[in-house]
Design a protein around this ligand. Structure first.
Ligand code: SF4
Ligand code: SF4
Ligand code: FES
Length: 271
């Protein structure tokens, strides 16, 4: 039976700060309820409320930037591209992991907007989580071309049909929405060594390289996934596919890797 222990000071207390807006004619007001926590202080996390004029705010990220610029510069969150490309503005918004820069306020109904950090990751401050483990798991699958032949004079060639096999895989922006929404990853994703589930993002990337016609390390890549935890802790719960903001399907990629495992003659694949 899995035993879960919450870190000290993890309970949200009622010491919230409430920022109300001075209403103006023509304004449209909504309240953001945002998770605040600084582990360097003895204070427990709290949820602060920020009522803002959203007449010129389309996306949740625009709202957070407005709060930081106009009300509370101490609010910490990551963002960069504002275009759904860098993956840095992934938060839990109204209960679902997604990108703040691509989710519109109009997609979130009329009520308050809650913004929490990605679940089950250590919090560095407020909405900033420590994704070191997530990146380690990505590094583990060796996300680059590994060949055995001598390097060609010009380039590694690939047919159009082989290139198309990478569609639905290469678009991953490593936002971590999928892995941090996966219950199996919550239970098994933060252990060291053998007993660790790599999670949907790393496994989708693993399949991206297993599918690449130019890569010649299929056996070695499968060997690295062959234990009770790294791959086989996916139970097809499908949270990953539901939340992926790029509409990818990590669960399907995981199934395809499992198929490659069983089709290895004498336990080894063809290349
Ligand atoms: S598969 Fe989707 S949700 Fe998961 S890291 Fe990649 S882009 Fe993000
Ligand atoms: S399908 Fe697998 S990877 Fe996706 S959320 Fe479920 S257990 Fe996690
Ligand atoms: S800011 Fe880059 S994905 Fe949102």
């Amino acid at each position: 039976m899995v035993q879960l222990t919450l870190p000290k000071n993890s309970k949200i207390t009622g010491n919230s700060k409430v920022h109300t807006a001075e209403k103006k004619d023509g304004g449209a007001y909504r309240t953001f309820k945002v998770y605040r926590y600084d582990p360097d202080t003895p204070e427990n996390p709290r949820i602060d409320s920020y009522e803002i004029d959203v007449s010129n705010v389309s996306m949740v990220l625009d709202g957070l930037i407005k709060i930081k610029n106009e009300i509370d510069p101490s609010l910490a969150f990551r963002r960069s591209c504002r275009e759904g490309v860098c993956g840095s503005c992934a938060f839990n918004i109204n209960g679902a992991n997604t990108l703040a820069c691509t989710i519109g306020l109009d997609e979130l109904g009329d009520g308050d907007i809650t913004v929490y950090p990605l679940p089950h990751q250590p919090v560095v401050k407020d909405l900033v989580t420590d994704l070191s483990k997530f990146y380690e798991q990505h590094a583990y699958i060796e996300p680059y071309l590994k060949a055995k032949d001598d390097e060609p004079d010009d380039e590694w060639r690939q047919s159009q049909a082989d290139r198309e096999k990478l569609d639905g895989l290469y678009e991953c922006i490593l936002c971590a929405c999928c892995s941090t929404s996966c219950p199996s990853y919550w239970w098994n994703g933060d252990k060291d060594g053998e007993d660790e589930y790599l999670g949907p993002a790393a496994l989708l990337q693993a399949y991206r390289w297993l599918s690449d016609s130019r890569d010649q390390h299929t056996n070695e890549r499968l060997d690295k996934l062959e234990d009770d935890f790294k791959l086989y802790r996916c139970h097809t719960i499908m949270n990953c596919a539901q939340v992926c903001p790029k509409h990818l399907n990590p669960a399907k990629a995981i199934v395809e890797i499992k198929k490659m495992m069983v089709s290895r003659p004498d336990g080894k694949a063809a290349k």
